[in-house]
Design a protein around this ligand. Structure first.
Ligand code: FES
Length: 103
């Protein structure tokens, strides 16, 4: 699937994520600045925080309960916040746009 990360400086990175890969792993594979993935996707760091673009919020769904609690650690939490290690790449998300928060 294709995915675009919008960066705080206004630039964008577009790349692909393999089905089953998390969007955090895909961000690391494309050297997306601001997505660190410190805990390796075990829901214990919140350094993979992104805002889902408004038109993709419904398709991505909301955070699970534990993810929701972890998101409180993110400084710039919004209604569209997700931990990208918890978003799995699927064909249904082809074209996904994620907004990387200012760190
Ligand atoms: S990579 Fe640590 S919570 Fe997502």
């Amino acid at each position: 699937m294709k995915v675009t990360w919008k960066l705080p400086d206004g630039s964008e990175i577009t790349g692909t994520a393999e089905a089953g890969q998390s969007l955090m792993e895909a961000a690391l594979a494309h050297d997306v600045p601001g997505v660190i993935g410190e805990c390796g996707g075990t829901l214990s760091c919140a350094t993979c925080h992104v805002h889902v673009a408004p038109s993709w919020v419904e398709a991505c769904g909301g955070p699970g309960d534990f993810e929701d609690a972890m998101l409180d650690m993110a400084d710039t939490r919004s209604e569209a916040s997700r931990l990208s290690c918890q978003i799995e790449a699927t064909d249904a998300l082809d074209g996904l746009v994620l907004i990387v928060p200012e760190v």
